[in-house]
Design a protein around this ligand. Sequence first.
Ligand SMILES: [Zn+2]
Length: 369
Amino acid sequence: MNVKNYVIKQAKLVNGKRIDILVENGIIKEVAPHIESNYEILDFQDDYVSAGWIDIHTHCFDKFEIYGDKPDLIGYPHGVCTVVDAGTAGSDTIDELYQQAQKAKTRVFSLLNISCTGICAQNELSDLSRLDKNAIIKAYQKYPDFIVGLKARMSKSVLGDSGNQPLVFAKEMQKQVHLPLMVHIGTAPSLLEDVVNMLDAKDMITHIFNPKDNGILKNHQIKDCVYQAKKKGILLDLGHGSDSFSFEVASKAFEQGIEVNTISSDIYFRNRLNGPVYSLVTTMNKMLYVGYSLDKVINCVTHNAAKALNLLNLGDIEVGKIADFTVFKVVDQDVKLVDSMKHEVISHQQIIPTHTIVKNEIYTIGEEE
Ligand SMILES: [Zn+2]
């Protein structure tokens, strides 16, 4: 259903406050305890309302068989207003991703792979001739509002014998295009220590709770370089994925004061259908289980996610921002959750999205369009 001008009455926020939100032409025009208006009233009663959820690490481009999906299979039907394709496309394929994105009901952005091919195969950074400076600049000039950052996958199976060279390239590129950079970590090389040394404030490391030797723990303790990363202002992203989320690592990190800035799924069709990812909200529920507060979990997929990628019109319920909202319940109901190590837990509380409002359309979750 199309909704352009409306008031959300007595929206319940995660901080417990209730507010009226007036939306005109898809933009938040007023936020106040009580608003008088002739516009249509939306009343979500006891469900929570937050800014629209943003998943900053997905694979929502279905050109390549290896990792891919469609934005509208991972987005609005699951309460996710915005999905960011994290490097499935490079400069060779950005036109196609852009065309697909224009047709989606879910909002889509791209973190452009620094390899011109994108993830056409697992080893997109094993051939250094795929690092094409001019092609990246051209792509960004063509799609300045769509390409919101760069993506470099710095792990053994991706790099082959390239060493840290692709990350040197990514940092050089970043100086030219002034975009956020997301770096994926996994099995070394690259060493986590090297990645931390090469990154600066506001750069992002994704797959932070992966269970590999090159992850954040050594003998169950947080490695020094992770504290250094925090000190430098490097942002930590969850990036669940098929192999990169361990309850044990996330819980140990939480106990030792290391929390993520952003919660993302690294979803694509296989881990959506067969697990362990299933959806962004499943990943959010895992962090509730680990001990994050509801407020923190929602902040990670709204304010923090928008801020990390300079999506300044999204991520908060504030005057002037785009009126994307996610409506959800929090129920005391047992749910079985599984991590990438096939470790199962039973959580007693879960977030369940009920409505998605994005691009001036309201969707009731669970109802066929
Ligand atoms: Zn990924």
